[in-house]
Design a protein around this ligand. Structure first.
Ligand code: EPU
Length: 418
C-alpha cells in the first residue's frame, strides 16, 4: 500500500491544470450501454474509480479501447451479462448506474445492493421507486436488486429527495422508454447536465438537465457519439484550498469557475483573494484566513465533496466556524485525524464546531474516504513537520496524479510504496 510523505509549510505557487471530472466520466462511460455503436470520450481522468467502471463494463461485455488514456472508445455491441456483482458495487457505489441503461435497452438488470459505505448508508430506494413508476418490476434476492421491464414507460416522477446518480440513472433509463418522462426535484449538478449533453449527442431528447425539472422524450434507439468530459470541480476546489491553506498563489487552468461559485464565495469570505476568467481561477493571499460558517447543500450550494477540505482550512483559521453536513449523515471521518494533528474540533450530530488554532503539527494519519484523505493532504501541506498519509488508494480513486500536481506547485511530497 502506498503512503504520501508530506513536509508541510511551503506556500504553493504556480499553475496547475484541472483533469476531467470523475463524477461526469463515470456516468458518461456507463451511457455506452445504451447503444451498440461506439462512444468516444475525451478528457477521461486516470483514476481508480475509472478503472473500476472499466472492469464492470468489460464484465458486462463492453469493449473499451484506449484504457488508461485521456481518450477512450467504448462499444456495447456484445452484452452477455446483465449483472453488476457485489465485489464491484461494494468498492464503488456508482456501479448502480448500470441499472437504468441495462433495463432500458435489454429489459433486465441485476445489481448488488451497495450496502453501507464509509460516508453513510447511502440507499438506492429513490432509484428503485422511480424505475417502478416507469413500469419496472423490482425484486430483492440474495442482496441483489433484480429489475425487469419489457419496455419502460414514460412517467411523471417527483423524487422524494435529491439524488445525483438517481437522476442520472433515471435520465438514462427514460431515453429509450415509450413516451415522455418528467423528473421533478431532479439533481441540478453540472455532471447531470454533462451526461444529458452526451445523451442528446447520442440522439436522446432531453430538456432541462441542470434544473430541477428534466423532461425526456423516449426514442427507439440511440447511436454513437463523441464527447468531452467537463473539468473536475472538486479537484479544482481542492487546489483552491491548497493555495489558501499554505498562503500561496495558485492558478488552476482549464477549469470552469462557473461550477464553483459557492466555493469561491466562501473562500473570499475567509479573506483570500480569488480572480477568475472563463476557464481559470487564481487563489492567493498570505494572511491567516478568517473562520466562516458552512452548510453543505446540493448544487448550486456548497458541495459536500468539498466539506472535508474546507474543514482542514478552518482548522487553522482565526476564530471559529460551524460546518454543517446536510447531504450525508456520516461524513466527518477526517475529524479524528485532524485532531491528531492538533486541530480543535467538536462534532455534535451532523455539525462540526471548529476553533481555529495557529498551527497544525505533522502526524501519521489515514482516512477511509476519498475527500477525507484529500483534507488530510491539505492539512499536511500546512502543518509544521512531517505528515504521513496512509491508504493513498482512497485518494487515487478520485485525484489524478495528485502528488505530481502538488510537486509542480512546490510542495514537498513523496509517494512511498510499502
Ligand atoms: N439517498 C437516498 N436514497 C437514494 C439515493 C440517495 O436516501 O435512493 C440519499 C443518500 O443517502 C444521501 C443523499 O440522498 O444522503 C444524496 O445522495 P446522492 O444519491 O445524491 O449521492 P450519489 O449519487 O450516490 C453523488 C456523487 C458523490 C457526491 C454525491 C452528492 C457520483 C458518482 N457520486 O453520489 O461523490 O458526494 O453525489 O453530491 O456522482 C465523491 O466524489 O467523493 C462522492 C462521494
Amino acid at each position: 500500500m502506498d503512503k504520501l510523505i508530506i513536509r508541510g509549510g511551503a506556500p504553493l505557487r504556480g499553475q496547475v491544470e484541472a483533469g476531467g471530472a470523475k463524477n461526469a466520466a463515470l456516468p458518461a462511460m456507463v451511457a455506452s450501454l445504451l447503444t451498440g455503436e461506439s462512444i468516444r470520450l475525451h478528457r477521461v481522468p486516470q483514476l481508480g474509480d475509472v478503472r473500476t467502471i472499466v472492469g464492470l463494463l468489460n464484465h458486462l461485455g463492453v469493449s473499451v479501447e484506449g484504457r488508461g488514456r485521456e481518450t477512450i472508445s467504448l462499444r456495447a455491441d456484445h452484452i452477455g451479462q446483465f449483472e453488476a456483482p457485489y465485489q464491484l458495487v461494494k468498492t464503488m457505489r456508482a456501479s448502480v448506474l448500470v441499472l437504468g441503461p441495462l433495463l432500458a435497452r435489454f429489459g433486465r438488470a441485476r445489481v448488488s445492493l451497495p450496502g453501507g459505505c464509509a460516508i453513510g448508508t447511502r440507499p438506492i430506494n429513490l432509484h428503485l421507486a422511480a424505475l417502478e413508476k416507469m413500469g419496472a418490476t423490482v425484486s430483492l434476492d440474495a442482496g441483489y436488486v433484480e429489475a425487469k421491464a419489457p419496455r419502460l414507460k414514460g412517467a411523471r416522477i417527483t423524487f422524494d429527495g435529491q439524488t445525483v446518480t438517481g437522476t442520472e440513472n433515471l435520465m438514462m433509463a427514460a431515453t429509450l422508454a415509450d413516451g415522455v418522462t418528467v423528473l421533478e426535484n431532479a439533481a441540478c449538478e453540472p455532471e447531470v447536465a454533462d451526461l444529458a449533453a452526451l445523451l442528446n449527442r447520442m440522439g436522446a431528447r432531453i430538456e432541462g438537465a441542470g434544473t430541477p425539472t428534466i423532461s425526456i422524450e423516449g426514442v427507439n434507439h440511440l447511436h454513437g457519439a463523441e464527447h468531452e468530459v467537463i473539468p473536475d470541480r472538486v479537484e479544482t476546489g481542492t487546489f483552491m484550498v491548497a493555495a489558501a491553506i499554505t498562503g500561496g498563489d495558485v492558478t488552476i487552468n482549464r477549469c470552469l469557475p462557473c461550477h464553483l461559485e459557492a466555493i469561491t464565495e466562501k473562500l473570499r469570505e475567509t479573506g483570500v483573494l480569488v480572480e477568475e476568467t472563463d476557464s481559470s481561477i487564481r487563489v492567493w493571499g498570505d494572511e491567516r484566513v478568517q473562520g466562516v460558517n458552512i452548510r453543505t447543500q446540493p448544487y448550486p450550494g456548497f458541495a459536500t465533496d468539498m466539506q472535508a477540505q474546507i474543514m482542514a482550512l478552518m482548522s487553522i483559521a482565526q476564530g471559529s466556524s460551524v460546518i454543517t453536513e446536510t447531504v450525508f449523515e456520516n461524513r466527518f471521518m477526517h475529524v479524528n485525524e485532524l485532531l491528531r494533528m492538533g486541530a480543535d474540533i467538536k462534532v455534535i450530530g451532523t455539525t462540526a464546531f471548529v476553533h481555529g488554532v495557529p498551527m497544525l503539527s505533522g502526524a501519521p494519519v489515514m482516512a477511509t474516504d476519498l475527500r477525507a484523505s484529500a483534507s488530510l493532504v491539505l492539512a499536511g501541506l500546512a502543518a509544521q513537520g512531517i505528515t504521513t498519509v496512509s491508504r493513498v488508494y482512497h485518494l487515487d480513486r478520485g485525484y489524478e496524479s495528485i502528488e505530481q500536481k502538488l510537486l509542480g506547485l512546490g510542495a514537498s511530497i513523496e509517494r512511498v510504496t510499502e
